[in-house]
Every structure is written in structure tokens, then in C-alpha cells.
Design a binder for this molecule. Structure first.
Ligand SMILES: NC(=[NH2+])NCCC[C@H](N)C(=O)O
Length: 598
């Protein structure tokens, strides 16, 4: 058993884990024997629902890589700590850190001979190490602290989640929920796994989908350590094995892939993910750095293109923090030795971790994360990003100030001396229009408007033939009706574009309502007015003509023409009234749609 001491790697002064050996004056030593560092108050505004000591952070540094075959992932905790992560958590976010002053390598638990079992590679080592990790995490979680585990490959989550689940059950009698942020589902059973790497299987053991009676092969996992598939949510998936897809489907597991993030935006996805978990459930956040696009985190064992931006990763952490339900966080799969072309990748990946963790512990921390990571390590930009502007550090500090709340539309992230455009996430709001009513409205309004246009155009013509002046309300109503038709065309186009907003309908409907009202009043006055009205003239001379002309003569033709003019007036009045009522209706309908979806 030879754990690597942080001091073997880190700069000598002010390192939180390094000061562990000498407990600060007045700082308590926990019952587990781990020590307390720092004594600032946590400045986070979010009240924790499930932690009795939310200002205390239990740190577990896991230098273990046996869940997969690429060496180097065991060096991640040291790299993260050397970059100042823990110093920042203590000095800037005000956490009191608890933990051992060493990164655990668990060499005492790794057997010399560890042949495969049920297709699993290094099964004894991973089982024994995760069992130990479960104890470590459990001892912090039982004290009511937030637990931070720095991995290691993702197999370590068998221990971290197993430990949290057990402690929370004991302390609060509740089940935990797990948010698994990852490019991979890591839910292969030993039988479905193509690689045999256990870092692709932790979720199946944690949910009981895979089990083994032998204690040497995860048989130590008891019901207390397990989680429910109903309280498991994936975010960022994009490389899921066929067997895993089947498992996800058959168990109805909630999963938000990159497709969902592109479609809904990360804000909506977080709303849905947290909605699925509910507000009364403690959350364990397990963040695999390969959820990020390799542009942001290239140094990881199984990178997959098309991933989250760093800002989206931060946003996920911030949203989870904001719930007040967070009880434990893992950051895994950072592999500083996997830097494809040069060492920029390793630096960037560590730097990404230095942003994610503070984001999950304090919503306003992404800026400080950037600042401290930048100040501690020489800044180099990620490859393949476009240089857009150069700013002085002061300019940058202003721009980086966190302006994003959960669910906000878009943002720009600045980093170092570059400005990177983040993917613009539009918040999509769906309005549910009643299709039948809307179609009926369109049809009736079209008929009304066209009838009025037709009748009054004919009247204008007749006035011309009779060489009489054209009263103003004919062209007026023709224009208003034409505007109504144009409005309907606009609505149809908006429906086609799926952009029919209630506000547009309400404003347009109101304007037309007023215009139609003016027309309706004028028509009513003309038709039913006190003296010489159209209606009384019609009743007197046309409908009441006695005797009514008959036979093929000019008088009959004139009478018929006069009758059709009278009937047209009546039709115009009827349609004007219908149009007016329907305009009122569409305003009410638009309001209901707006209120119903608000
Ligand atoms: N935590 C990870 N990086 N997992 C990658 C898993 C890849 C693959 N699905 C496997 O089972 O081997």
C-alpha cells in the first residue's frame, strides 16, 4: 500500500491537501479520522436540502485506472490538484475540505494475478478498489458533507455511488438520484460488453442489472448500495453500444443524448432532467470528462466527437448545484498522459475539470474557475478554435462575469485572450393552438372579407355607371377586408413556419377589430339609419313594391337589380357582423393559448 502523496507532485505552499498533515488551529478532526482544512464560510446562496454540513467537502482522490486499459488516468487527481482546484474550492468558494492528504493508488488491493472473469478485465482489482472507495465516500456522506471524488476511470463510480446511496439511505431514509453526464452509457453487463473494460459497466452493477454472488466480483454490493433505474438520468450520450441501447429501452431509462441537447437546448434538457428526478431527491452527479467535446477535453481514454461545449458542461453543473439537492460529485476519465499532438490537450482537459467542479459547487464559480486555472497554468488555447478578438485581461474579466441563469437563451464564453462563440441555444416555447377552431376562424373570416370586397367593388362600379359619387366607406371597407385577407395569409405562413405567436394574433386581431367596427357602424347607419336608410328604401320600393313587376321588360330587370342590391347590403351587414364577432373570438383564443402555455 503506497499512496502517492500530493507533496510528491505539488508546489509546497498553501495546498489544501498538503496542509492536511497539520490540521489548522481550531479545525475539527472528523470521526472518520480524516482532517479538516480551511475555515471560510461557503458563500453559495443555494441552501442545501440534504446536507447537514453543506460547507464541508469530503475529498476522495482516486488514482486508479484498472477499469480500462490506458495508463495515465490515475494521474488525474494530482494534475487537478496541482492546477489549484482544491485551493480554489477552499479559498474562493469557502469550503472546509476533509480528506486524506494523499491520492490513493490502492496498490495493496491490486492482485498480482487477475485473470478475466465473465469477460471482465481486472475484475478483482476493480471490485476491491471500488469497495474501498465506497467506504471512503460513505464515511464523508454519513457526516452530512458534500463528497467530491476525483477519478480515476469511470469504474470508480461503483464505489462513489454505492457509498453515497448507502449513506443517504441510512441518514435520510431516501434513495438517491444519479445524473450521469457522459458520452457513453456505461451500462454494459459483462455479457454485453465488447471491450470487457469495467469502466463501461458501472451503471449495470449499480442498478442491479448485473450482479455476481462472489464478493471478489462486486458481490459485496448490497441492496443499500444500489440505485433505481427510475432515478437515473443520462446527459450527453452519443456513443452507446447496441446492447446498452436495448438495456436503456427495456428499462425505460431517461437519457438525453446530444441530439436532444441540439434539439431542445441545454436549458430545456436540464429542466426535463431535473423534472424527472423531482425536487425531493438527493442527487449524485457523476461527470465523465468525455461528455465534453474533444475540442475542450481531448485527453481522455475514449473521446467522441460532437460533444458538449465547456459552457454547456458548466451549465449542467450549475443547474444541479442550484437545486440544492446535490450530495456528491465525481469527475472522472481525465487522462493527462493522453495528449495527441502536444501537451495542450492535457492542459485543456485539466482546465475543463477545474471549471466543471467549481460550477457544481457554486453557481457563480465558472468565472473564478477560469481565472484561477488560467493563473496557475500557462494559458494555451484549445486547438481548432477560431481566434476572433484579442482582449486585455480586464476586458475579459468583465465579459466572463456569469450572466447565465438556468434556462437562459444564449451566451458567449470568453477564455484566456480569445472569445469563443458558444453554440446558440434558443429557448423553444411551444404554443398549442386548437387546430379545428383556428381553421374554422380562417375559413369564416376569408368568406366574410371576400364577400365584402366583392359586393362593395360591385357597388363602386354601379356608382360609376350611374355617375354618382362613391361614398368613402366603400373603398374603406374594401381596404379593411383586403387587409384581413393579408393578415390571414400571414397567419398561414406563420403556421407553416411553426411560429404562430399569440401576441401577433392578438395585436393583429385587435387592429382589425377596430377597423371592422368602424365599417360595421357605418354600414348599420346606412342600412338602418333614421332617414332615407337603405333598409327602409328597400322595404318600401323593392320588397314592398306592389304590384311586383313581372314579364320580360326593363322595369322587371331594374327591379331585380334593385332587389339584388338590397340583398347584397343585407349580406354585407351579416358578414360584417360575423367578421366582427370572429375577430373578438380570435383575440380570446390567442389569449387562452398564451395563458394556457405560459
Ligand atoms: N467511461 C467510459 N469512458 N466508458 C467507455 C465505454 C466504451 C464502451 N461502451 C465499452 O463498454 O467499452
Amino acid at each position: 500500500m503506497s499512496p502517492t502523496r500530493i507533496s510528491d507532485h505539488a508546489e509546497p505552499a498553501a495546498h489544501p491537501l498538503k496542509t492536511a498533515g497539520s490540521v489548522l488551529p481550531g479545525s475539527p478532526t472528523s470521526s472518520t479520522g480524516s482532517k479538516t482544512f480551511g475555515n471560510n464560510m461557503n458563500t453559495s446562496m443555494v441552501e442545501s436540502k440534504f446536507l447537514t454540513h453543506p460547507e464541508e467537502l469530503g475529498v476522495v482522490a482516486v488514482g486508479f485506472s484498472g477499469g480500462q486499459c490506458k495508463p495515465g488516468v490515475d494521474a488525474a487527481p494530482s494534475a487537478l490538484i496541482e492546477s489549484g482546484l482544491l485551493t480554489q474550492l477552499r479559498d474562493e468558494l469557502g469550503y472546509r475540505l476533509h480528506g486524506d492528504d494523499q491520492v490513493h493508488l490502492y496498490t495493496d488491493l491490486v492482485p498480482a494475478d487477475d485473470p478475466p472473469h465473465r469477460n471482465m478485465k481486472n475484475p478483482r482489482a476493480v471490485s476491491a478498489v471500488t469497495r474501498r472507495i465506497a467506504d471512503q465516500v460513505y464515511s464523508h456522506a454519513r457526516e452530512g458533507r458534500l463528497v467530491l471524488t476525483l477519478g480515476g476511470d469511470h469504474s470508480v463510480a461503483i464505489g462513489t455511488i454505492g457509498g453515497t446511496a448507502k449513506a443517504i439511505r441510512e441518514r435520510l431514509g431516501r434513495e438517491i438520484a444519479v445524473i450521469w453526464v457522459d458520452a457513453h452509457a456505461d451500462i454494459n453487463t459483462p455479457e454485453t460488453s465488447g471491450s470487457g473494460n469495467i469502466h463501461g459497466m458501472p451503471v449495470s452493477f449499480l442498478t442491479g442489472l448485473a450482479k455476481d454472488d462472489n464478493e471478489d466480483f462486486f458481490g459485496w454490493l448490497r441492496r443499500d448500495n444500489l440505485i433505481s433505474v427510475k432515478k437515473l438520468v443520462y446527459i450527453g450520450l452519443r456513443d452507446v453500444d447496441p446492447g446498452e441501447k436495448r438495456i436503456l429501452r427495456e428499462n425505460g431509462i431517461k437519457a438525453f443524448s446530444m441530439f436532444d441537447i441540439d434539439r431542445h437546448g441545454i436549458g430545456r434538457v436540464m429542466e426535463m432532467a431535473l423534472g424527472h428526478i423531482g425536487t425531493d431527491t438527493p442527487i449524485h452527479l457523476s461527470f465523465d470528462v468525455d461528455a465534453l467535446d474533444p475540442m475542450w477535453a481531448p485527453s481522455t481514454g475514449t473521446p467522441v466527437r460532437g460533444g458538449l461545449t465547456l459552457r454547456e458542461g458548466d451549465f449542467i453543473c450549475e443547474c444541479v448545484h442550484e437545486t440544492g439537492s446535490l450530495v456528491a460529485v465525481d469527475l472522472v476519465e481525465v487522462n493527462p498522459s493522453l495528449a495527441p499532438a502536444n501537451d495542450i490537450g492535457a492542459h485543456e482537459t485539466v482546465r475543463a475539470g477545474c471549471s466543471l467542479i467549481p460550477s457544481s459547487l457554486d453557481k457563480s464559480a465558472s468565472r473564478t474557475a477560469l481565472r484561477s486555472a488560467d493563473s496557475l497554468v500557462e494559458h494555451k488555447p484549445p486547438r481548432s478554435l477560431t481566434l476572433q478578438h484579442t482582449h486585455s485581461i480586464r476586458d475579459e474579466a468583465l465579459q466572463v462575469a456569469p450572466s447565465i441563469e438556468c434556462g437562459m437563451a444564449s451566451s458567449t464564453v470568453t477564455s484566456g485572450s480569445l472569445v469563443y462563440e458558444r453554440r446558440v441555444v434558443e429557448k423553444v416555447h411551444k404554443y398549442h393552438w386548437p387546430a379545428v377552431q383556428l381553421n374554422l376562424w380562417i375559413l369564416i373570416m376569408l368568406i366574410s372579407a371576400c364577400t365584402i370586397i366583392g359586393v362593395f367593388s360591385t357597388f363602386v362600379q354601379i356608382q360609376g355607371f350611374l355617375q354618382l359619387p362613391v361614398p368613402w366607406y366603400f373603398p374603406y371597407y374594401i381596404t379593411v377586408s383586403a387587409m384581413t385577407v393579408a393578415f390571414i395569409i400571414l397567419l398561414l405562413w406563420l403556421i407553416f413556419q411553426r411560429r404562430l405567436l399569440p401576441s401577433i394574433v392578438m395585436i393583429g386581431g385587435f387592429i382589425l377589430f377596430i377597423l371592422w367596427l368602424v365599417g360595421l357602424i357605418v354600414i348599420s347607419v346606412q342600412l338602418f339609419g333614421p332617414s332615407g336608410s337603405v333598409s327602409s328604401n328597400c322595404n318600401l320600393f323593392v320588397f314592398g313594391a306592389n304590384p311586383q313587376p313581372k314579364g320580360q321588360n326593363l322595369q322587371t330587370l331594374a327591379w331585380l337589380e334593385q332587389r339584388s342590391i338590397c340583398q347584397s347590403w343585407q349580406a354585407v351587414f351579416a358578414f360584417a357582423l360575423v367578421g366582427e364577432i370572429f375577430l373578438l373570438w380570435i383575440m380570446v383564443m390567442a389569449y387562452q393559448v398564451f395563458a394556457g402555455d405560459a
